[in-house]
Design a protein around this ligand. Sequence first.
Ligand code: FAD
Length: 400
Amino acid sequence: MRHVIVIGAGQAGASCVAKLRAGGFDGSITLIGAEAVPPYQRPPLSKAYLMGEMALERLFLRPLSFYDEQGITLRLETQVTGIDPAAQSVSLGDETLYYDDLVLTTGSVPRRLPAAIGGTLEGVCVVRDLVDVDAMAPRFVKGARVLIVGGGYIGLEAASVAAKLGLKVTLVEMAERILQRVAAPQTSDYFRALHREHGVDIREGVGLERLSGEGHVHAARLSDGSELPVDFVIVGVGIAPATALAETAGLALDNGIATDSKGRTSAPHVWAAGDCASFPYRGGRIRLESVPNAIEQAEIVAENIMGAEKDYEAKPWFWSDQYDVKLQIAGLNSGYTSVVERPGIGRTASFWYYLGEELLAVDAMNDPRAYMIGKRLIEARRSPDPAMVRDPDADLKALL
Ligand code: FAD
């Protein structure tokens, strides 16, 4: 019987095994995960779950019984320690399992602060998995002083939850502005104003110099010379693709595990999907860190294992929730040359990114309609006249 092994029981791993069964794959399937719980959704970890508004079971992508019912062997709390592509085997410590096809959905690992600047003091937290968040959540008490390092989406979402719960929040961003790596100045301005309205002290162009404390962190020194007393620290300075296993096994890497358009890695019968994988996209190569990408790419891999020979054509989109604002992003803005604002009422707004005359991406704040229309236009590679986008009375739907 054919045996598919999937390493990494997260969003992509769960999607891959479910798709294999849904597509009629009748061989054996083993899904191996290092964490103690069945595959779950991570986005609520910095939103509703952290806020205490979502029960643990609602995080799970499928009930535990699903894996049994589908004849999927789910091995939790199990770390894969090695891959041997020539022997088509994986090692779990002393145990060896053999595969016909292997899928790597190992996700990513959060960047941490070096020990030399206090990164290993107690009370210095990251937000990647359930264990991180369960350990951090009890610190979210009214009046506690939290320092958030990094003004990307994870840091800003954590700041939003903390401010809503009445903590005293300081957020430092080393770059000139928050969201600099991912968004235009207009989007940064929008979210800076939103956070300041909620009392978050945002300091841009300011880095963390060092954390100090006796065992537990109690102070931070910033690059502008200021000192802050802190009760805990959240580090949101990005993630790196989890490529250690692939690298040791000699697989080609290129900003993650390099795959072709079908999800194949450089080793025969080895595939990759999700945060850990990079793939060809519009003449270049990208790696995406998002739920839609993890699901869609993993499903394509499942189909290709069953012989479909399908190309993965990513349609990037992403979202973030902060306070009462839902940000939805369609497309990828890399290389944009101009940004057009479509005004809205109150907090509603959208920013449209162009490369020359080509529409690349849309950031839509509390504007699902702008997001939906923008997404469909980008996917169809159609670009509206910026004058029309700018005119709040123009009906964009007509463009579809
Ligand atoms: P993961 O879901 O991380 O799963 C990888 C799994 O592999 C992990 O469980 C890991 O333990 C396991 N693993 C790794 N190595 C081994 C090994 N050697 N042996 C066994 N197991 C191993 N995306 C959005 O689109 N919108 C959002 O709003 C959003 N918010 C987010 C908020 C937070 C706090 C986080 C952390 C992420 C968020 N994301 C969001 C990103 C999204 O969750 C990820 O892109 C997605 O989970 C990637 O899925 P994956 O399967 O590739 O990796």
